[in-house]
Each structure stands twice: as C-alpha cells, then as structure tokens.
Design a protein around this ligand. Structure first.
Ligand code: GDP
Ligand code: MG
Length: 162
C-alpha cells in the first residue's frame, strides 16, 4: 500500500497547483475561480524513490452554502482516507479565521498534518511563515507551488509521518 497524502485548505490557496507539481500532470483543474475543483482527485507522486498517492480536494472552510458544506464533507472524507495531510495556506493573505476553523476540524481527526505556506516566493519568507505558528501544527513550511520551490523538503517532512 502506498502512503496517501491529502491536500486540504481553503479555496484558491494553490492545492491544485501543488497537486500538479507533485504528480507532474495538469490533471487537476487549476482555476482563478475559488472552489472550482469540487471533487476529490487522485494522482501518483514521487519523493526521491518513494511513491505516494496524493488527493486533491475542493475548497473547504466557507461552509455557508449547501455546495460548500458538501465540499467540506468531501474534504474531511479525503482526510479520513489519508495517512497524512498537507494543510495548504496562503502566505500572501496571511492567517484567516477560516484557516483557524479548519485547523480545529483537522485536529479532531487525529492525523498528522503539515502546514505548507504557499505563494511564499518573492517576499519575506520568515515573516510569511511566522504567523502560521499560531495554528499549533508544527513548523510551517514555505513553498511556491507554481514555481516548484520548497516541495522536496516539504515532502520529506510529510512522508516522515507515514
Ligand atoms: P485551489 O483552489 O486551492 O486548488 O488553488 P489553485 O491551485 O486553483 O490556485 C489558485 C490561484 O493561485 C491560481 O491563480 C494559481 O495560479 C495561484 N497560485 C498557486 N500557487 C501559487 C504560488 O505558489 N504562487 C503564486 N503567486 N500564485 C499561486
Ligand atoms: Mg483546486
């Protein structure tokens, strides 16, 4: 059985872009429209010589409308399927109340979660990462999914939990 890694987080933080980096495909729908990728989506990635299954999910954490609560349920099911999750957050937007709410939901699942601070290119990386320590989910990792930066150390950390 390959380890299963779920990509979780609010819409538009860069989950599908990270999925494409990890799997080397353009399969996941990358969109400027938040929440467009509504269903789970599976691919195979590789870190060094270790293959893993990666699950992309639609957005979650803005659960007002019925369609959003459906997305949240799908994402929590993805976390149930996974051995470990990457909680993707937006380093440009900074920490949001929705991120904090998601962190609480993830903690209840009792699975290892690694925080990836995306869109961290071209800015003060330490500052971008610092405020996400407040999530109390270990050392946040700065990445740029679109430029493919920080992915190798992120995946080493993620796979150290399985
Ligand atoms: P998702 O809704 O979480 O799956 O987010 P997407 O992968 O669809 O990306 C949402 C938007 O963020 C798109 O416009 C991406 O091009 C952009 N994006 C993703 N990763 C990065 C990154 O590392 N840096 C920057 N600047 N933009 C990014
Ligand atoms: Mg997406």
């Amino acid at each position: 059985m390959l380890p299963v890694v779920a990509l979780l987080g609010r819409p538009n933080v860069g989950k599908s872009t990270l999925f494409n980096q990890l799997t080397g495909t353009r399969d996941a729908l990358v969109a400027d429209t938040p929440g467009l990728t509504r269903d789970r989506h599976y691919g195979i990635g590789r870190s060094g010589d270790r293959p893993f299954i990666v699950i992309d999910t639609g957005g979650m954490g803005e659960a007002e409308a019925p369609v959003e609560s459906l997305m949240e349920q799908q994402s929590l099911r993805a976390l149930e399927e996974a051995d470990v999750a990457i909680f993707v957050v937006d380093g440009r937007q900074g920490l949001t109340p929705a991120d904090e709410e998601l962190a609480r939901a993830f903690r209840r699942q009792n699975k290892p979660v690694v925080v990836a601070v995306n869109k961290a290119e071209g800015q003060a990386r330490d500052a971008a990462v610092a405020e996400f320590h407040a999530l109390a989910m270990g050392q946040p990792r700065a990445i740029s999914a679109s430029l493919g930066r920080g992915i190798v150390p992120l995946m080493e950390e993620v796979l150290s939990h399985v």
